[in-house]
Design a protein around this ligand. Structure first.
Ligand code: EPZ
Length: 418
């Protein structure tokens, strides 16, 4: 198994280019099933999760041609409609393929996605929405099979603004009969990117970015080329790394309007920011101040930044409160940070963080993608060396992490584990 070894205590300084968004890429890669033709995607991050999606598409009969951050997908010869259980378990977000396969081929078989270390991750909202669209669902031994003659578009009210459920409804209904109206839809920028992609294919969707989406079914969708939006969580991550280490970071190639809640909190913590349309320059104070954060669905503070902010705040001056309101248990990483000297108490949905200067390197184990990234941030501020195991979790969501951090002056290298 591969580990990261990080020698902490260095200020991060320099420029870093932001990659394409993982959470925009995954539903867009799934959506390439819908046109039964050619899709050319650019600025796709080369990470584990996109590679997994390509693997599943090839199992369905697609051909996938990759070159660095460009991928050409031909879905004209799709002849299978089952997402392999092992791949479904490995990557829960592959449930997003179900909506696309059903939308195009009116059938799909998939298994309950594996839970992970941020909660049970149910898909009840997805399944209820599929049933509203006239899809017949039968379940046996963990397998879910879906069938329908046509997709009957209709009104769908989501109990919770679920990102994945909103995306799955968009994918399942854009070739349906009639019009689907989603109320209480998720408003994330990745939903807007998916709408733009589908409309480029010839779909008729409006309202993305608001809590009401309107999808009018069309007969067919055409070949498409599309450039994926930048990754707002990656951008926030590097800015937090700069803030935690007292450094000076310029992040480039992002859409700064996507990260306003993160920038507001970094300013509150004492960082000075020069904000452009597609870049942010951060100069950290000698020691950041404690701040309070509540995660909420977009446009609130993103849950994916929670663990990264907790790690950054472990060295702040004062006590911070971080409240996780999106996932029911997204604090598994905390016990690993405590092994490094962090002073964190969990009370219900809130992490109480007493800032300290005494963070030291040791051996820790990544528990999930963003929790693992929190350990990287902690290691960057720790005295001496930290060894992080299970880094495959982290490499799911961060392209060229080691190279980008090295470029900012971090002492990080990969090491074969025992
Ligand atoms: C997407 O996950 C992202 N993943 C997550 O990012 C992100 O944290 C999350 O949205 C929230 O912004 C991708 O886009 C691939 P949800 P998703 O459905 O769609 C509950 C990362 O680190 N829920 O909005 O799974 C669910 O349990 C990942 O990049 C139901 O109860 O998130 C959770 O508590 C992690 N029933 C809440 O809603 C359902 O049917 C939010 O889930 C679906 C969701």
């Amino acid at each position: 198994m591969l580990n990261f070894c990080i020698e902490g205590g260095k200020k991060l300084e320099g420029e870093v280019h932001i990659s394409g968004s993982k959470n925009a890429s995954l539903p867009i890669i799934a959506a390439t099933v819908l046109n039964g033709g050619i899709s050319k995607l650019y600025n796709v991050p080369k990470i584990h999760d996109t590679e997994m999606m390509y693997k599943i598409l090839e199992k369905l009969g697609c051909t996938v041609k990759k070159s660095k951050n460009k991928v050409i997908i031909d879905s004209s010869k799709v002849h299978k409609y089952e997402i392999p259980e092992n791949l479904m378990r490995e990557m829960r977000s592959s449930v997003i393929l179900a909506g696309a396969i059903i939308g195009k081929h009116h059938q799909a078989v998939f298994s309950y996605p594996g839970g992970c270390d941020i909660g049970t991750r149910p898909i009840d909202l997805h399944l209820k929405s599929f049933e509203r669209l006239g899809i017949i669902i039968s379940k046996n031994y963990g397998n879910i099979s879906c069938k329908c003659d046509t997709i009957k578009n209709t009104k769908i009210d989501l109990d919770f603004p679920s990102v994945g459920a909103t995306e799955n409804i968009m994918l399942a209904s854009c070739l349906g009969i009639g019009t689907t109206v989603i109320s209480n839809a998720a408003r994330e920028p990745e939903i807007v990117d998916l709408q733009n992609f589908l409309n480029r294919m010839g779909a008729k969707i409006s309202g993305a970015g608001t809590n009401t989406l309107i999808i009018t079914g069309v007969q067919q969708l055409k070949d498409v080329s599309y450039n994926i939006m930048p990754d707002r969580i990656e951008a926030g991550t590097y800015l937090c790394a700069g803030a935690a280490t007292g450094g000076r970071i310029k992040v480039l190639d992002l859409e700064t309007e996507h990260i306003t809640p993160i920038l507001n909190k970094l300013e509150e913590a004492g960082c000075s920011l020069n904000i452009g349309k597609d870049f942010v320059e951060l100069v950290a104070p000698k020691r950041i101040k404690a701040v309070n954060v509540k995660t909420m669905p977009y446009p609130g503070f993103p849950t994916d930044m929670q663990s990264i902010f907790v790690a950054m705040l472990t060295v702040a001056k004062g006590t911070s409160l971080v409240e996780e309101n999106v996932f029911e248990s997204r604090y598994k990483f905390v016990q690993e940070l405590e092994r490094m000297g962090a002073k964190i108490t969990i009370s219900g949905r809130t992490a109480i963080i007493d800032g300290t200067r005494r963070i030291h390197g040791t051996k820790v184990k990544a528990t999930d993608l963003r929790g693992g990234m929190a350990m990287v941030i902690e290691a960057l501020v720790a005295k001496k060396e930290t060894r992080i195991e299970n880094i495959h979790y982290i490499l799911r969501g961060y392209e060229n992490l080691e190279q980008k951090l090295t470029g900012l002056g971090a002492k990080i290298y990969l090491k074969e584990g025992e």
